[in-house]
Design a protein around this ligand. Sequence first.
Ligand code: ADP
Ligand code: MG
Length: 753
Amino acid sequence: MAAFDWFWRAMGGSAARKNHKRGEHVAAQAEATREESARLSDEELRTRLRQGDDGERLAALAEASRRTLSLDPFPCQLQAVQLILGGDVIQMATGEGKTLVGAMAAVGFAAQGRRVHILTVNDYLARRDAEWMRPLVDFFGLTVGAIDESLSREERRDVYQRSIVYGPVNEIGFDVLRDRQVTAREEEVQGEVDVALVDEADSVLVDEALVPLVLAGAAPGEAPTGQITDIVRDLVEGQHYEIDDERRNVFLTDAGADRVAAALGVESLYEGEDAGSTLVHVNLALHAKALLIRDIHYVVREGKVQLIDSSRGRIAELQRWPDGLQAAVEAKEGLRVSEGGRILDTITIQALMGRYRTLCGMTGTAVEATDQLRQFYDVGVAVVERHKPLARVDEADRIYATMAEKNQAIVEEIRRLHATGQPVLVGTHDVAESEALAEELEDLDVAVLNAKNDDEEARIIAEAGDVGRITVSTQMAGRGTDIRLGGADEAAYDEVVAKGGLAVIGTGRHKTARLDHQLRGRAGRQGDPGRSVFFVSLEDDMVVAGGSGERITAHPDADGRIEDKRISHFIGHCQRVTEGQLLEIHAQTWKYNKLLTDQRAIIDERRARLLDTDLAWEEFQQRAPERAAELADLPGIAEAARSIMLFHLDEEWAGHLSIMDEVRESIHLRAVAKETPIDEFHRIAVREFKDLAQRAVDKSVETFESVPIDEEGAHLEDHGRIRPSATWTYMVSDNPLSSSGNSVFSGIGNIFR
Ligand code: ADP
Ligand code: MG
C-alpha cells in the first residue's frame, strides 16, 4: 500500500480527515484571537467559552489554562482539544501534554451542559489529574472529582454529580454493576452516562477491551476433586495431552482420555450421565497443570494464589481466574480451595464503553489501533503532530539466534551505556523477566518496577531520566508519568542531554508494533534527545508464535548476533502475523460477548420499568388477584412488589450467566463433535434466555403468594431468598497465557465473567 493511502486510512477515513482539517483550522483561528483573549477579564473568558465560536472557545480555554495552571497551551494542544470535541481518539506523543488537553476538552464538553468521565488506567492517575486540573475547571464555575477504590457509595454518588469525573475504568465499571442491583432508583450512584474521554485509549479500548469486570456474591465455588487433580498431575505432555502452538489451549489425546477414564473407573469420559461436568473438571485441572506456570502466571503468597497481570506485569490484587480455574490452580498447589463467589453480573470494558453517548480519547499510540477502534467503537483516529520535532534515534533491532545470547547482549549493552552515565530505561515483558535482569545487574543500583503500588512507581519512574539511573519496567508500570531528563526537577538536564538523553531498551519486540512504539515513546519527550533499540532472538515467543511453521536459515556470528536484512524482515513479518491473530481473536471473542451484552440490555430495560413504575404491583394484581386483594391496602405494597420482581429477575440473570459460563467452558469440546462453537453457543444462549423473563415472573408470583408481606416490605429472607449482600468485585484475568503485554490474547477462554 502506498504510504499516502496508509496515512489516510490511519486517519480513519474521510470523516476523520475532515475533522482533522477543521481541527487545524480552528486551532489557527484560536491562535489569532489569543492576544485579544489575554486582555479579557475572567468573566469575559467564561462567556467566551459558552458563547464564542470554536476558535474563541479554544482561545478562552488556553488563556484560562495560562492564568490558572501557568501552562500556555501549544497550538498542537489546541488542535487536539478541537479533535477530541469532534469525537475522535487522538494520537499525541508521550510527554506532549495530554493531561491538559483532556481537561480542556472536558471543560469544553461540560460548558455545553454535557457530563464527562475521564477514564484513566489507575486510581493514582485519576486523583493526580483531578487535583492538577482542578483550578482550570473551577475557573469556569464547573465541578470536578475523582473516583477511587476507597470511596464509599455515598462519596461516589457525590463525585458522580460533578460535571467532570476522573476515574479508573474498572471502578467506573464496578459502579455500573452495583447500580444494576439496586431496588430503588435513589440507591444508584452513577446515573446516566454521557461523554467518555479515555486516556491511554488504545490500552483501555483495545488491550483491555475484553477483560470482564465481575460482581459476585457469597456462595461456594466448585473445584475439581482432589482425585481428578491427582490423576491429571501424572499425565505426560505429548503422550496424554497436547498443547497448541500458541500455548493457549490444551487437549487430551485419546490415550490421555482413556487413562483418566480408567483411573476414574468410568467407561468413557465423553459419555454417561456426569460426563459433562467431569469433562469440565478434567479440563480445568489439565489447564491448571499444563498452561499455568507458577511465578510466570501466578505466585503463591501466604497460602494464596495471586495472579500476575500479564499486560501490566504486576500482581493483580483484584483479579481471579474464572472460579473453576482458580480452584483448579489452588488444588494443584495443594492449597485450601477458596470460596468462589456466585457471579451476579458482569460487564466487559468494551460493553462498558458502549453505554456512553460520545466516546473519544487520547493516547501516544492510536494509529496502529485504527482498525479496532473503527470496527469496535466506530470512532476515528486523528494524529496530532509534535510540538517540536522528534530528536530520538530509533536503532534497528539487534537480533540474536538464541535467548541466552540475546540476554547476554542486553546485559552488556546496559553496562556499556551505564558506564557513560546515560540513564537507561529497560522495558521487559513480565515480572519474572524484570527480576531476572535485576539479578544479573546486582552489582549496580537498579530500580525495578513491578507489582508495587502505582503512587510509588510514579515516584520512581519520574526519576528514570536522571544521570546514571537504570530503571527496569514492564509494559504498563509507571505509565502516565512524565520522565524528565536530569530527574523530576530537571536539575541535571543539560548533563543528560550531553550524554544523549534517555536510552530505552526493549528486551523483545511485543506482539504488536503499537506496544513497541509505546515503549520507544518513553524517550525523546518534547524534542529531547534519546534513543531506543530492541533486542530480539529467534527463540522469542512472538517470533515463534508468528513464524510458526516457517523455516529460516540464519548465520549468526560468534556472539550469536545475526545481521541479515532477510531476518529483520522476517521478524516484522512475525509481528504482523501475531497482530492479525490478535485482531481475529478480538473479533471472535466479541461475537461471543455481544449476544450476552444485548441480552443484558433487555434485562436492563425491564429493570428500569420495574424501578420507575408500579408495573410489578400491577402484574401481581393480574396474576395473583386474591393475594393482591388481601394486600391492596397495605402501605408500601408497590415497593414490596417491586423488590420481589427484581429479586427474581436478578437471580434468573445470574443463573443465565452461570449456565452460559458452563457452556463456554465446554464449547470447544463440543466443537470436536463438528458443531461450529459460536453457532452452538448462540443457539443455547437464545434458547436459555427466551423464557428467562417469564420464569422470573412465575417465580415472583409464587414468592408473592407465599412470603409474609407487611409494612416493612416482603420478607424474602424467610424463604431463603436472600439478595446476596456480601458482594465483592474483581476483574477476571485475561488469558493468563499471553506472555506479552496484551490482554486481547484472552481468546474465548475466559471471557464470560
Ligand atoms: P502525556 O500525557 O501527553 O504524556 P502529560 O500530560 O503527562 O503528557 O504532560 C507532560 C508534561 O508536559 C507535564 O510535565 C506538563 O506539565 C507539561 N506540559 C503540558 N502542556 C504544557 C505546555 N503547554 N507548556 C509547558 N509544559 C506543558
Ligand atoms: Mg498521560
